[in-house]
Write a protein that binds this ligand. Structure first.
Ligand code: HEC
Length: 170
């Protein structure tokens, strides 16, 4: 075969180089592998354990801080029975029947609420004026108009007694 004249060859070169680059056939296998790796990475990322924060991150902390498990007292001293009844009627729907906390409010048998940190005064205030959420993420506590100050005179000693029974003093 005779050699093509140089000009022709050059023209050919120029022409081919101007042609859009031939796209390579898609390598579906490689694509599949890459896609698999990405999906796996995303799945791993999403299933990673929540970052531990505060109490929840502590080893022996309850799963839901603010809610604890407490023993049920064998008996409640007669002097605290009226207070207990008032507590159950007015406070337990959020703080739990034994002040162990619920999904609506924190445990009051908790170090936060020992007398030196939350004096009786803050209990009277909580019932009368409510509480702006500041320790937890339950939201605000609304005032409890159904309890009187005299009721609180009985509720607070019951809570203090029950705190002491569970080693919350000071
Ligand atoms: C409707 C729900 C609800 C009821 C009913 C309720 N509480 Fe609360 N209470 C809360 C929540 C929520 C908080 C936590 C606010 C926070 O994040 O600090 C709270 C906080 C408190 C505090 C802490 C106050 C402070 O200064 O931090 C006291 C004390 C308290 N409650 C006492 C009572 C008593 C006593 C009763 C019954 C008379 C009662 N609560 C009824 C929801 C409730």
């Amino acid at each position: 075969m005779a050699k093509k004249p140089l000009r022709n060859r050059l023209e050919n070169k120029v022409r081919t180089s101007k042609l859009p680059r031939k796209t390579k056939p898609v390598n579906w296998r490689a694509f599949g592998i890459v896609l698999g790796v990405v999906v796996f990475a995303v799945a791993m990322y999403q299933s990673r354990p929540e970052k531990p924060s505060g109490l929840a991150g502590m080893r022996h902390a309850p799963a839901d801080p603010g809610k604890i498990s407490l023993p049920i007292p064998a008996s409640v001293p007669t002097t605290h029975q009226a207070g207990m009844k008032l507590f159950v009627e007015n406070c337990s729907q959020c703080h739990g029947e034994w002040a162990q906390g619920t999904d609506n409010g924190p445990a009051l048998v908790h170090d936060y609420y020992k007398p030196s940190h939350h004096a009786d005064f803050s209990f009277y205030k909580a019932a009368q004026y409510g509480v702006r959420a500041h320790h937890w993420s339950f939201g605000d506590m609304q005032p409890v108009p159904s309890v009187t100050r005299q009721d609180m005179d009985q509720i607070i000693p019951f809570i203090r007694w029950w705190q002491r029974e569970n080693g919350i003093t000071g």
